[in-house]
Design a protein around this ligand. Structure first.
Ligand code: PMP
Length: 289
């Protein structure tokens, strides 16, 4: 049943969100020592279903392992479904988070408490299609050699700096480019381009291996390779993609304006059908709630 106060999963059970608190000495709050995921569920003809849930939780497990957080994929899987059911959410954004709690304020995490939560938020049906104004960021992406591209909480400070800077100049979103002029990704989305009908997924070692990106490569047969900033300016269409954004066409990249985007539109529509279970060939990507 859905009530005004949402139910959260916290450390093994469901609880009302307003009954939960974290101590001010929470390690993750001081040092970013947590890992999270961003997942979506959709209303399908056969009820609510989560899109590529195992893949999201496997990525989360990798981040947890790196930090030294225990993470049980099976239990996280069940907790996610339980939370969606408790809130009666169908079209929803799902946010699992695992983090270090209390025990010490030092940097050794080996004796800290560990916690796990899942929140779900009702999401309006389709965010996609928003035309996004993109600008090259003066910030560099966290290099993989310093902070691997997993969904580690602290890593998102880098995204937030770039997002703030882009917005301060009137843009919607920042594009990370590396020292060699290669495109990395956006603050929370991967990048694609279309040129002469060829769809190309931007590949970069510092970019998060996006699950939407992987889905779109499989759906379109897109090539995956290094792409320069110059090539992106020369493309016919550019779009970004991620679980939350789905696919978002780029209307401007700094002073370059993009016109009609027929390939992006077609791929977006296909993606929208796939996540809603309207493409039987890809029903295997959905977990029934
Ligand atoms: N890059 C970053 C930095 C992100 O935060 C996200 C969102 N998780 C993505 C790319 C897209 O990944 P996905 O398609 O798995 O949501």
């Amino acid at each position: 049943t859905s009530t005004d106060t949402p139910m959260l999963w916290f450390d093994g059970e469901l609880a009302s969100a307003d009954s939960l608190q974290a101590p001010l000495t929470t390690h993750a709050m001081h040092y970013g020592t947590g890992v999270f995921e961003g997942i979506r569920s959709y209303a399908t003809r056969n009820g609510a279903a989560v899109f590529r849930l195992p893949e999201h939780l496997q990525r989360m497990r990798k981040g947890a392992e790196l930090l030294g957080l225990d993470f049980d994929v099976e239990r996280a899987f069940e907790a996610t479904l339980e939370t969606l059911r408790a809130n009666d959410h169908r079209d929803a954004y799902i946010r699992p988070l695992a983090w270090f709690g209390t025990g010490s304020i030092g940097l050794d995490v080996s004796h800290l408490s560990q916690h796990f939560m899942v929140a779900t938020m009702a999401q309006r049906v389709h965010l996609a299609g928003d035309r996004t104004r993109l600008t090259v960021s003066p910030w560099r992406r966290n290099p993989a050699s310093a902070l691997p591209p997993l969904k580690l909480c602290g890593g998102y400070v880098n995204s937030i700096l770039a997002k703030r800077e882009a917005k301060s100049r009137g843009f919607d979103e920042a594009l990370f480019v590396d020292d060699d002029g290669n495109v990395v990704e956006c603050t929370g989305a991967n990048v694609f381009m279309v040129r002469n009908g060829q769809v190309t997924a931007v590949e970069h070692r510092d970019a998060l291996p996006g699950i939407t990106r992987d889905t779109l490569i499989k759906l379109s047969g897109a090539e995956s390779r290094t792409v320069t900033h110059h090539e992106l300016l020369d493309a016919d269409e550019v779009f970004v993609c991620g679980t939350a954004a789905e696919t978002a066409p780029i209307s401007v990249l700094d002073r370059r304006e993009f016109g009609d985007n027929p390939v992006t539109r077609e791929l977006s529509a296909l993606y929208a059908r796939v996540v809603r279970g309207e493409e039987p060939a890809h029903a295997g990507w959905l977990t029934a709630v």
